[in-house]
Design a protein around this ligand. Structure first.
Ligand SMILES: Cc1cc2nc3c(=O)[nH]c(=O)nc-3n(C[C@H](O)[C@H](O)[C@H](O)COP(=O)(O)OP(=O)(O)OC[C@H]3O[C@@H](n4cnc5c(N)ncnc54)[C@H](O)[C@@H]3O)c2cc1C
Length: 326
């Protein structure tokens, strides 16, 4: 049977959004292959109901292993044990740095083929074919696996979360041995360097600023608008401004930054370079403010506003505040 093992990252009693997308995708693909998607969670005292809740996204089983969560090597050990003791043809990761590290380690351990930055996967003749953008996202390469086990690592947020309302996943304890090198690293603290207290990848609304903001202080306009929208909004940035030191690196969207798919991506003073586009093009609604009517960003915006952001952003902030107050 062609079962798929999906890594589910969890923190503070919640499953990471990107992992929920991976579980949903694993379930969709497993069904097409005639197999099942099983999730694997590692941690100290992982709540049973948290593991079981992955059934909602289509996981039939949740393997729970005891060990240090958030580090790659223990997960390589746990997943290798699950795969050698089970009937798995593929391992699937939602992406992000941890997914890349575990997936690469697992590929080396199992001698398995691995494809990273996958944006789409399809089942064909009982096998998975992974699609991966190449050449600065200008072309798509299609990859088939020759190895016994294939490893698919998605691009961050590439896989859509689908609550299929499935029954609780059957929770099973997985025992595995931690290899000596896997206990060499210890987690001291978990967190992320951010410009704000909001999770950029999880935010529903992103107010993104580019060089058009003029200087580091210009970001105040973006922050005020994000604050007016409320807790589900955060501020993002282009690489140009991050490199210039105007905003923290953690907020960078794009090829060498984060990939996001919020409900609203409001781009202010951003030209729309391909390297930026690849990180935000999956947003549900893209609104761009640019003083240059020929800026490339307008080619992939749902709504384009040609004008000076210094005038438009404060007016938008006022309008959002007024709407919230009404
Ligand atoms: C290998 C590689 C990887 C890269 N990775 C990334 C990445 O991950 N993310 C990323 O973002 N970039 C990345 N880049 C850089 C990318 O090519 C662009 O240089 C960058 O995205 C441009 O940032 P920007 O839009 O802020 O600046 P600009 O291109 O300078 O655009 C500024 C825009 O602001 C507008 N503007 C100016 N003043 C105003 C005003 N008052 N009101 C309204 N509009 C105004 C201008 O018309 C212009 O369109 C990468 C480049 C390379 C080579």
């Amino acid at each position: 049977m062609a079962n798929i093992l999906v890594y589910a990252l969890h923190y503070d009693g919640a499953i990471n959004k990107n992992s929920l997308g991976a579980v949903s995708e694993g379930a969709r693909l497993a069904e097409q292959l005639g197999g099942e998607a099983h999730a694997i969670l590692l941690g100290e005292n992982v709540p049973q109901d948290l593991a079981a809740s992955l059934g909602k996204y289509g996981a039939k089983k949740a393997l729970v292993a005891e060990g240090p969560e958030g580090l790659a090597q223990p997960l390589v050990d746990a997943m290798a044990a699950a795969i050698s003791g089970g009937d798995y043809k593929y391992a699937l990761f939602g992406g992000g740095l941890l997914g890349f590290e575990i997936g690469a380690g697992l590929a080396a351990r199992l001698g398995a083929g691995v494809v990273m930055e996958v944006t789409n996967v399809r089942a064909e003749n009982g096998e998975l074919i992974a699609e991966r953008p190449i050449l600065g996202d200008s072309s798509i390469s299609e990859v088939k696996y020759r190895s016994e086990v294939g490893i698919v690592i998605g691009r961050l947020n590439a896989f859509e979360i689908k609550d299929v309302g499935g029954a609780d996943a059957q929770v099973e304890a997985l025992s595995f041995e931690l290899s000596p090198h896997a206990s060499q690293a210890t987690m001291i603290t978990r967190g992320e360097q951010r410009g704000a207290d909001v999770d950029i990848e999880g935010a529903d609304i992103l107010v993104a600023g580019g060089r058009g903001l003029g200087k580091a202080e210009g970001f105040q306009l973006a922050e005020e608008l994000a604050a007016a929208f409320g807790t589900s909004a955060a501020v993002a940035a282009t690489r140009a401004v991050v490199d210039a030191g105007w905003y923290p690196y953690a907020a960078q969207i794009g090829q060498t930054g984060k990939t996001v798919a919020p409900k609203l991506y409001l781009a202010a003073g951003i030209s729309g370079a391909i390297q930026h586009k690849v990180g935000m093009q999956a947003s549900e609604n893209i609104v761009a403010i640019n003083k240059d009517a020929n800026a490339p960003i307008f080619e992939f915006s749902d709504l384009g506003i040609v004008g000076d952001l210094n005038k438009i952003l404060p007016k938008l902030t006022e309008a959002v505040k007024a709407k919230k107050a009404s």
